[in-house]
Design a protein around this ligand. Sequence first.
Ligand code: NAP
Length: 345
Amino acid sequence: MQLRTTSREIRLRSRPSGWPTPENFELAEIPVRPPDDGEILVRNTHMSVDPYMRGRMSDAKSYVPPYELGEPLQGAAVGFVTASRSEIAAGTWVRHDRGWRDYATIPAKRAQIIDINIVPPSAYLGVLGMPGLTAFVGLHDIGGLKKSDIAFISSAAGAVGSVAGQLAKSHGATVIGSAGSDEKVAFLRDELGFDGAFNYKDGKPVGHLRRLAPNGIDLYFDNVGGEQLEAALSVINDYGRIVACGMISQYNEAPSAPRNLMPIVRKRLTMRGFIVFDHQARTPDFVREVAPLVKTGRIKFPESIVDGLENSPQAFIDMLLGGKYLGKVVVRLADADARSSNKSM
Ligand SMILES: NC(=O)c1ccc[n+]([C@@H]2O[C@H](COP(=O)([O-])OP(=O)(O)OC[C@H]3O[C@@H](n4cnc5c(N)ncnc54)[C@H](OP(=O)(O)O)[C@@H]3O)[C@@H](O)[C@H]2O)c1
């Protein structure tokens, strides 16, 4: 196999203030570094763009260190090993955390071997990756999901929300979802089997929730914060639980809601935040429950695939903006069959 001697990577040129723009990023070409002892060289085929990366582009103190200016970005990627000086053989498919580049030379111990005979490689960045684990941990460990629950999930057509909704359904809960277009709403109802769904841009979320859940909700899986959190606080039942998973409505703009925190006291609510990286130990349980549901088609995993490393900054921006993509947003860096056909190498 003829290996390329150069690789490309996306670097952070400047820190975004408000919404990121393509000017915050730069594409650089560098030599491919052959692996040292204990290392592998991976040809990345797919990389993830995730909302948490927006936080890492700022230098504010957070639960993950900020990206460095002038350095390549990082994030989940999958690919196959093209050269190895470790126990992982060339040709093996792996997932690791050095995305935003064509090739990654990494310690073998930082890579997880993936089985691409179960699902395509990209699914290890979504339904069987960090977003899927987030849905699993959020519902079970943080939200205490019950069969009798009426659950509301925001950004339900996204990577985390689409898994959370289907998983909650598989446990017998009644599930209502929100998304930002009528097409996504139809997808939630018709393809993913949600009991109800609404377009949060069409009227007030609280009105939709009162219509779809006349007896209130018991569990809110919050991916967005803001006006939808305010609406959930208005309609949630006594002793309801709120899973504070994310607040994407505030990542690029100042918050304007919620303005009604008193229901937390009056209704004896539990609202609990979490960071999935603290719950890696749950991965075997997650795989045991979710992989069979994915394999048998009971959990679908919508994906939007964008081609080319050079398009990854725009894919990231569009993912944050919403509206354009359905499901998990993944950037394809090479054909998944490049390993055998030597394409895109
Ligand atoms: N706690 C954790 O450990 C953890 C781990 C992973 C993810 N998260 C959080 O979970 C949430 C979902 O992540 P994801 O990876 O699944 O992303 P995603 O939902 O696949 O993509 C983001 C979506 O957010 C929606 N959105 C953007 N701005 C919005 C706004 N102002 N109001 C309502 N919706 C808006 C858009 O959907 P529409 O087109 O429907 O508007 C967009 O497609 C994020 O908040 C993320 O930070 C948390």
